[in-house]
Ligand binder design. Structure first.
Ligand code: SF4
Ligand code: FES
Length: 248
């Protein structure tokens, strides 16, 4: 395939970026999207040009770092997959592909296609954990019976990989889907109930401090989430928050 790529290039956080055109020939359908970028970068290095910086780690849909906006959609044209799971057979000869970083005030560009998602880490650090007494009297978690449907819902919430596609898809750049997944995975389990009121208030406070927008229930986040995190988590977080603030 011959492809026409328009890729966001930006030297650093302070320099203005711009779209740059690249033409690639000989792209095979079996290449992954990131392998296609690897080949482009090898060509650029051979020509003495700066390679395009992009984030990636696991390349199997687990780490959530390969966050790219492809033709206007977070993680590209397929649903329920990350960019590293996208293959070039999804495109056809002669296509133009626009590749940008995720756009949100709370996700500043570091370089080219790499964004700073440490705002998500600070939300997680604000309450996304269970405090465990390690005095030697720790109770085996398996000693507490948990209904299967609750365990399944908690597990589903825990599959959020923190990629940020929900923020990139939202017209308000809201982080409600991410935060609500992290709140829900604990709120649904008895072990998570002990600190539930403090947790939801701290995480929502941090989410607002980071500059994410408000949720207006458009549902774009759920559509673009590669892990199928449900909007039900946002409803649960709102209930948790209301009940926590009513108690004071
Ligand atoms: S909720 Fe989905 S889109 Fe948002 S960070 Fe988690 S996995 Fe990514
Ligand atoms: S590189 Fe880890 S999810 Fe894509």
């Amino acid at each position: 395939m011959k492809l026409y790529l328009k890729i966001w290039r930006q030297k650093d956080a302070k320099t203005k970026g711009k779209m740059v055109d690249y033409t690639m020939e000989g792209v095979e359908g079996d290449m992954s999207f990131l392998e296609m970028l690897d080949v482009l970068n090898e060509d650029l290095i051979l020509k003495g040009e700066e390679p395009i910086e992009f984030d990636h780690d696991c390349r199997e849909g687990i780490c959530g770092t390969c966050s790219l906006q492809i033709n206007g959609r977070p993680h590209g044209p397929d649903t329920r997959i990350t960019v590293c799971q996208l293959h070039m057979r999804r495109f056809k000869d002669g296509d133009t592909i626009v590749i940008e970083p995720f756009r949100a005030k709370a996700f500043p560009v570091i370089k080219d296609l790499i964004i700073d998602r440490s705002a998500f880490e600070r939300i997680q650090q604000a309450g996304g954990y269970v405090s465990v007494n390690t005095s030697g009297n720790t109770v085996d978690a398996n000693a507490i019976p948990i209904e299967k449907d609750k365990a399944d819902m908690s597990f589903n919430a825990a599959t959020c990989i923190g990629c940020g596609a929900c923020v990139a898809a939202c017209k308000n750049a809201s982080a409600m889907l991410f935060t609500s997944a992290k709140v829900s995975q604990f709120a649904l389990l008895p072990q998570g109930r002990v600190e539930a009121a403090d947790r939801v208030q701290s995480m929502v406070r941090q989410m607002d401090l980071e500059g994410f927008g408000n949720c207006t229930n458009t549902g774009a986040c759920e559509v673009e989430c590669p892990k199928g995190i449900s909007l039900e988590n946002i409803a649960r977080m709102n209930r948790e928050y209301l009940s926590a603030t009513a108690k004071g």
